[in-house]
Design a protein around this ligand. Structure first.
Ligand code: UD1
Ligand code: UDP
Length: 366
């Protein structure tokens, strides 16, 4: 069975790494990697292949950046042409980015079954492009691999058949557990950044609702001005927010905050080292909410909701929104706490999710 693994954006690479490894060892499965080209800067894409030892993509569709409709359409068009020339038995997609939904739609219209890894997550917030991608991808997928039991419930409520749903755990955590030790060995990173473990915070931001509009970005910057008086905040900037910070006219203000360190995006191993040693993380990233839960680092989610509720009920995450006062007071609470939260991982976040998926795909092939 030839399984085409789709990857397009930064979090996808972290998720396909263990899947490709697990499929590679199965005699009845031939994994092929198709990179859509949604992300293309070295530090957003190729660096992840190198650090996570993912072999270079077998094919790169090279679509690049564009509006949602144009990017989705371009991926569909190129992937359709790829499928013309490369007989494929199953398409496996991960996460919730435009590449995920585009390749799912393309495959299912050709009657190629789709497997969705990270199925069933719901923020119930239709203003998020990712929520649309998640719902549509799940609706057309034959195999739904979920990271948590809430995801199973969401899919059942949407009428998906129980036998299509497989609770397997979290592939992003597979990668984290595999590479954690290697990442933590790089003590020089903190030294070079002049940081002391547990005496700094980390920030990541890239949701359009936070960085594309001046209002929300301004509220967050206001909170950072106050919080950065208490401890340094390292902000590896996603290319989207590099662009929008200037576009909404907040670049000078951000650069003037003493204690806020703006850096380029980081490679995976450096970022895990930074995350693991932080006193707290502030983020709007999905993957970072999950990683901080496993690492036992307090996380403040700068969004009104999360599609990953187990990171709140079982992990270290707190959803605080983007109101300046709410962020400042949540940060103060974290900083006032002596002990760090316990780092018990949610059910099946044990480093073996990809193995479970590979086993089920093998049965599917038989
Ligand atoms: C995308 C995903 C988002 C995911 C995020 C992970 C969608 C709708 N969004 O958001 O769900 O959380 O990736 O990081 O699929 N750019 C570069 N270099 C790159 C890639 C992007 O400069 O290598 C810039 C371009 O100006 C581009 C902008 O970033 O227009 C946004 O990129 P895009 O892939 O459209 O969305 P993200 O915000 O990255
Ligand atoms: N990450 C990284 N470098 C950074 C910021 C994030 O390697 O500068 C990693 C992070 O550890 C996680 C993944 O990127 O594994 C999360 O991707 P992102 O936040 O872009 O997307 P999301 O998870 O929100 O879809």
């Amino acid at each position: 069975m030839r399984v085409v693994l789709i990857a397009g954006a930064r979090p996808n690479f972290v998720k396909i790494a263990p899947l490709r490894d697990a499929l590679e060892t199965r005699a009845s499965v031939e994994p092929v990697i198709v990179h859509t080209g949604q992300h293309y800067d070295d530090i957003m894409s190729a660096a992840f292949f190198r650090e996570l030892s993912i072999p270079a993509a077998d094919f790169n569709l090279g679509v690049g950046s564009a509006s949602h409709a144009i990017q989705t359409a371009k991926i569909m068009q190129s992937f359709d042409r790829f499928l013309d020339d490369h007989p494929t038995d199953l398409v496996a997609v991960v996460g919730d980015v435009n590449s995920t939904v585009a390749c799912s739609l393309t495959a299912v219209k050709r009657r190629i079954p789709v497997a969705h890894v990270e199925a069933g997550l719901r923020s119930f917030d239709w203003s998020m492009p990712e929520e649309i991608n998640r719902v549509v991808t799940d609706a057309v997928s034959s195999l739904l691999f979920t990271p948590s039991r809430d995801a199973d419930e969401n899919l059942l409520k949407e009428g998906r058949p129980r036998e299509a749903i497989h609770f397997v755990g979290n592939v992003m955590v597979d990668t984290l557990l595999k590479f954690r030790e290697r990442a933590l060995a790089n003590e020089e990173l903190l030294f070079n950044l002049n940081l002391t473990p547990r005496e700094y915070a980390v920030l990541t931001l890239h949701r359009p609702a936070n960085v594309d509009e001046r209002g929300a970005f301004e509220g967050i910057l206001g909170a950072l001005e106050e919080t950065a008086e208490e401890l340094p905040i390292v902000y590896p900037m996603h290319p989207r927010s590099v662009k929008t910070l200037e576009a909404v006219g907040l670049g000078d203000r951000a650069r003037s905050i003493e204690g806020l360190r703006l850096t380029p995006p980081m490679g995976y191993l450096d970022f895990i080292m930074l995350e693991a040693n932080a006193r707290m993380v502030m983020t709007d990233s999905g993957g970072v909410q999950e990683e901080t839960t496993v690492l036992g680092v307090p996380c403040l989610t700068l969004r009104p909701n999360t599609e990953r509720p187990v990171t709140v009920t079982e992990g270290t995450n707190r959803v605080v929104g983007t109101d300046r006062e709410a962020i400042v007071s949540a940060a103060r609470e974290v900083l006032a706490r002596e002990e760090t939260p316990s780092a018990e991982a949610p059910e099946l976040w044990d480093g073996r999710a990809a193995e479970r998926i590979a086993r089920i795909l093998e049965e599917f092939a038989a």
